[in-house]
Design a protein around this ligand. Structure first.
Ligand code: ZN
Length: 245
């Protein structure tokens, strides 16, 4: 597994980034931390600008827990009914906002091309990260074996309990392996979204050593991250960004 996310501070903005990717490839990465609540588009642009991204070109999906992934061909657009973006164009930052759900970053350094998706349980169930990878293959000729992926930060399995109905849907689709689903005393289940996305990306041909899994849990570390499960509807949003330099 490659180097994980690390903390960086730029112009008083504290955020995570992917040092291994940035050292080796012409790419910029970020995942914002508290106290910056980046729910509004204006604040997302401002944060992107302060952290060195090409903020005027920021691409933003209007996330609806779908598995729709769109190709970004023009700068600065908002995409309705969309939860993932891919591009092969330089200086157009892709973004998603999350509070417990996962941001999955995809990098094809050879083309180069990038993808960024929002994966909660619905997106994970619909394999949105693999959909993004397939779209990159179709549009840009991306080969999964040359790709890198970074999953998270996001809610951990211990904090992410689901009922029997959702657990059963996942078992029917992804088999009965115990690693990503664990029964709790009292009948609820712990669902491991990070493990599921890791499994999906590896299954699609991304080498396991090229997949980073962010160890932070957004609910356990409520001091650093916004958490929908912990804070409810009023929870702010963390912003994930990825740009080809
Ligand atoms: Zn947790």
């Amino acid at each position: 597994m490659s180097t994980a996310f690390r903390i960086r501070i730029k112009k008083k903005n504290k955020y995570l980034f992917l040092p291994d990717w940035e050292n080796r490839f012409e790419v910029l990465s970020a995942f914002s931390l508290k106290p910056a609540n980046l729910r509004s588009r204006r604040k997302r642009r401002k944060f992107a600008g302060k952290t060195g991204f090409t903020s005027a070109n920021l691409s933003m999906p209007e996330q609806v827990h779908s598995t729709n992934v769109r190709v970004v061909r023009k700068p600065g657009k908002v995409y309705t009914e969309t939860d993932g973006l891919v591009t092969a164009i330089q200086n157009i930052p892709l973004s998603v906002v999350v509070a417990d759900c996962l941001a999955v970053y995809i990098l094809d350094p050879l083309t180069p091309a990038i993808g960024l998706v929002h994966a909660g349980w619905r997106g994970t169930f619909g394999r949105i990260a693999v959909k993004a990878l397939n779209l990159m293959r179709h549009e840009f000729g991306t080969s999964a074996s040359g790709c890198f992926a970074a999953i998270g930060p996001g809610i951990c399995a211990e904090c992410y309990t689901v009922g029997n109905e959702i657990a059963a849907r996942f078992r029917r689709k992804f088999g009965c392996s115990g690693k990503w689903l664990r029964r709790k005393p009292g009948g609820k289940y712990c669902l491991d979204l990070k493990e599921l996305n890791l499994m999906q990306m590896a299954g699609a041909g991304v080498r396991k050593r090229n997949i980073t899994v962010g160890s932070f849990c957004t609910s356990c570390r409520n001091d650093l991250f916004f958490s929908y499960r912990r804070e409810g509807k009023k929870a702010g949003r963390n912003l994930a960004l990825l740009e080809i330099k």
